[in-house]
Ligand binder design. Structure first.
Ligand SMILES: Cc1cc2nc3c(=O)[nH]c(=O)nc-3n(C[C@H](O)[C@H](O)[C@H](O)COP(=O)(O)OP(=O)(O)OC[C@H]3O[C@@H](n4cnc5c(N)ncnc54)[C@H](O)[C@@H]3O)c2cc1C
Length: 408
């Protein structure tokens, strides 16, 4: 298929955000949409994710956004005929200290107001559901039945397929080199296979988003930070349908994966990267392991899951999710470049949040942002002190390091 010469909208990036944007644009009636990716679909950070979903929040906007996302995963196959590999065993959110026990109570009340059947569990009840979990005596545990996890690549693949069904043209193996700009307005995208004339570009280039913006003098405050998880071989008493366990204070998550445990966590050596430090053909799969991070993560998680001490690691996962200084998404048109819509900074939650991001992108393109307050996700909301790379990176590392500690 030849690259089109013109398109009403061009999406750069075929990870979960770009493919969800493509699906939502087409579903909302937008015609003549083209998505390009320099690799195949889902060739960035997406396939390395743990894929967990978690919609419950005390913040009204975040809850509305999260509820749309969870309903999207629940209904996608029926809506489109394409399957997302979605498991919904629920999650146990565990708080060890007073501050986070209060946060759990807030989440409990928010869910109950919506009529969702969350409940506090005793330690014995939690162990019945997750036999390998050793909860400390004085913790509080909230069971959230609607939580779950997806096989992350399946989200991008299914969204791409449903987008194609609705008329989107997808071109893989096509790299965007730069935007063509005239009078502060996007006029096209120059790719390694020719120019596509367009007045609207959705930049969903994952870890490369900031670097791409720099080519045009834009300071997009979205920084890639290395995140890691590991998967063990089969572990005795792991149940295929057991809930995810998220423990707030040590910032650890553990879920079942093919008879073993998948374990990840935040705050263990937060390390941001400047994509200019890598060669042009760098791929996420080539990211080097931070062995200290893995060791600290395993030590911290073993206190609650002692079987991790003896388990064999069969897979390491790592990638470069993008973080903003305040930990919130960036999804809006740029003030300084008309026609450029950025979709980035989903934290370590891009799979989970991709449906909502796609919906916002479609509303921006349609000029009807009625779903969410437009300022919340604005790309240009940061102060001048975030212009310098070191300050921005330090702030984003700090935000990442406290991901589970953020209380809305
Ligand atoms: C270990 C780990 C665990 C995680 N766990 C979870 C989890 O449990 N739940 C959750 O929701 N999230 C999780 N995440 C985060 C999630 O993976 C990311 O938030 C999400 O994948 C980001 O998607 P994206 O579309 O923004 O970026 P990417 O998946 O990186 O996609 C960007 C795409 O843009 C393309 N691209 C870049 N530049 C160009 C260009 N110039 N021209 C053309 N194409 C270009 C790339 O090839 C790539 O395919 C985890 C991440 C890691 C690493």
């Amino acid at each position: 298929m030849r690259l089109p010469r013109t398109s009403d909208v061009v999406i750069i990036g075929g990870g979960v955000l770009g493919t969800s944007a493509a699906f939502h644009l087409a579903e909302s009636g937008q015609r003549n949409v083209t998505l390009i990716d320099k690799g195949p679909i889902a060739s960035g950070t997406t396939p390395f994710a743990a894929g967990q979903t978690g919609y419950l929040n005390c913040d009204r906007f975040a809850l509305k956004f999260g509820t749309y996302c969870i309903e999207f995963f629940e209904n996608f196959e029926e809506r489109t005929g394409h399957a997302i590999d979605f498991h919904q065993p629920g999650s146990l959110r565990v708080a060890l200290t007073e501050r986070f026990k209060q946060d759990l109570a807030g989440r409990h009340d928010a869910a109950r107001e919506l009529g969702h059947p969350v409940e506090f569990l005793t330690n014995d009840q939690a162990r019945e559901l997750v036999p390998t979990f050793h909860p400390p005596d004085d913790c509080r545990i909230l069971m959230i039945p609607r939580d779950g996890w997806v096989e992350p690549k399946s989200v991008a693949v299914a969204c791409a397929a449903a987008a194609v069904d609705r008329g989107v043209a997808i071109h893989t193996g096509v790299a965007a080199l730069e935007l063509i700009v005239d009078g502060g307005q996007v006029r096209g995208v120059r790719t390694d296979q020719g120019v596509i004339a367009t007045s609207k570009v959705v930049l969903a280039a994952g870890a490369w988003t900031r670097q791409f913006g720099q080519k045009h003098g834009l300071n997009l405050c979205t920084v890639p930070v290395q995140h890691q998880a590991f998967v063990t071989g089969p572990v005795r008493n792991v149940l295929a349908g057991q809930p995810i366990v998220r423990i707030t204070e040590p910032q650890i998550y553990v879920r079942p994966e093919q008879g073993g445990l998948l374990c990840g966590g935040y705050g263990y050596r937060p390390l941001s990267v400047d994509m200019n430090q890598f060669p042009v053909d760098f791929e996420i799969a080539a990211l080097k392991a931070d062995a200290v991070y893995y060791r600290q993560l395993c030590q911290a998680a073993s206190k609650f899951f002692p079987s991790l001490r003896e388990a064999t690691v069969v897979q390491e996962r790592r990638g470069l999710p993008t973080i903003s200084p305040d930990g919130r998404l960036l999804v809006s048109e740029c003030d300084d470049l008309s026609g450029l819509i950025v979709a980035s900074a989903c934290g370590v939650g891009g799979i989970d949040r991709s449906p909502g991001v796609g919906r916002v992108v479609a509303e921006i393109v349609a000029g009807d942002l009625s779903w969410i307050p437009p300022d919340v996700l604005r790309v240009d909301r940061f102060e001048e002190d975030m212009t310098a790379d070191p300050a921005l990176r330090a702030q984003c590392e700090d935000t990442y390091a406290h991901h589970y500690h953020e209380i809305y």
